[in-house]
Design a protein around this ligand. Structure first.
Ligand code: GTP
Ligand code: MG
Length: 381
């Protein structure tokens, strides 16, 4: 069952995941998150095998500024879903900046103390690997694995702010923005683009002395939302208040999620959104595959550090260096026009020469040679 590298056979992963075995699920997620080339094929086979059993969950993305209460909210909401609604809940996180906020992973685990003890819940923080700005590389695949393991509700928390919102919106059926009580100023901190993506706004921490402020904020956000163009799917995002501590408004918020699902189903929008997401995902995977092939090309690998430092030091332009790199990649060469740069003066007026295949600007051919003494690159020409 176990290979020399501590991996299971694909069959054992598939059986374990479909059985809902949490230990195997955790190992299966590790496999699909792996960067090791040897893991790519078994990971793809595993995903192929579980795909017919995936896709039937409700996927909910949750975002909001740091400290708004996302983790506490998910703990409370998750407990409500497990205990009161008999759901099986998986919680995943998308971390846009793991090297900096890596510490939040542990914090998140402790903030979901109650949920992490529930048999019907599974919590998986996914550190990013610096992929495309740092969004967790394999959250979509992880969603599929959790669905195949029988989790009917997937909650995806964005950790931090930035690109993660767009990423999480692009993989969930319902996108919730948590806000802090307070008069209006929060709208300034939240980018307009995020407001346009949300399916509901919940003003959290509506408890104690913040309750009245939360109600006022609710009115303001409602008014503000009307200033945005009507959503194409016909769903007007509601604004509600809740408290992850007192649990007020949590059940009502989930009713909103259910109502949204019914609305989207009736309008044919649910399947449409999933199809659009699948298309975007496919394009992302193609881009990722191209980048991988590009970087794996030996000629590119040899030239990349040289050209990067040449650009960094101003010896060549980003445009010329990018073209030179793309032309080096065997699979792209045919598609990148060859532009002669061995001329006395480029159109920009800056002298441009080639030395060892590197376009060099702003110096004579002799100086270009002196500037770029890159034997490894020359040997590779
Ligand atoms: N009064 C009150 N405090 C809350 C509520 N929800 C969360 N908090 C507190 O707010 C603080 C931050 O909560 P977290 O759940 O860690 O917030 P977060 O958005 O997950 O934070 P990051 O993961 O760092 O982005 C904690 O001290 C919580 O106890 C709430 O509904 N009411
Ligand atoms: Mg958190």
């Amino acid at each position: 069952m176990t290979s020399a590298r501590g991996r299971l056979t694909v069959g054992a992963y598939v059986d374990g995941v479909l059985r809902g075995d949490r230990a195997v699920l955790a190992r299966a997620i590790t496999l699909v998150e792996s960067e090791r080339p040897a893991d790519a094929e078994p990971a793809a086979a595993l995903l192929d095998a579980v795909l017919p059993h995936a896709g039937r969950s409700l996927r909910v993305g949750i975002t909001g500024v740091p400290g708004v209460g996302k983790s506490t909210f998910i703990d409370t909401l998750g407990m409500h879903l497990v205990r009161d609604r008999g759901e099986r809940v998986a919680v995943l996180s998308v971390d846009p900046s793991s090297p900096i906020s890596g510490g939040s992973i542990l914090g998140d685990k402790t903030r979901m103390e109650r949920l992490s003890l529930e048999e019907a819940a599974y919590i998986r923080p996914s550190p990013s690997r610096g992929f495309l700005g740092g969004v967790a590389r394999r959250t979509r695949e992880t969603i599929l694995l959790c669905e195949a393991a029988g989790f009917g509700t997937i909650l995806v928390e964005t950790v931090g702010v930035g690109q993660s919102e767009t990423a999480v919106r692009s993989m969930t059926d319902f996108f919730l923005l948590l806000m802090l009580p307070g008069a209006g100023d929060e709208l300034q901190g939240i980018k307009r683009g995020i407001i346009e993506m949300v399916d509901a706004i919940a003003i959290n921490k509506a408890d104690g002395e913040m309750k009245a402020r939360a109600e006022r904020a609710r009115g303001e956000y409602r008014a503000a939302l009307h200033l945005f163009p009507a959503p194409a799917d016909g769903w007007m995002p509601p604004v509600v208040t809740c408290s992850a501590i007192t649990h007020d408004g949590i059940a009502g918020l989930w009713d909103v999620v259910i109502a949204h699902r019914a609305h989207m189903d009736a309008a044919g929008q649910f399947a449409l959104r999933r199809r659009q997401q699948a298309l975007a995902w496919m394009r992302e995977l193609v881009t990722e595959g191209l980048q991988r092939a590009f970087r794996a090309d030996p000629a590119v690998a040899a030239a990349l550090p040289v050209l990067e430092s040449a650009v960094g030091e101003g010896h060549t332009t980003a445009f010329a260096a990018a073209r030179a790199l793309l032309r080096r990649c065997a699979c792209l060469r045919r598609h990148v026009p060859h532009v002669r740069t061995c001329c006395r003066r480029s159109r920009s007026g800056i002298p441009a020469f080639r030395h060892g295949g590197i376009p060099v600007v702003g110096c004579s051919p002799q100086a270009a040679g002196r500037r770029l003494r890159h034997r490894s690159l020359a040997a590779n020409e």
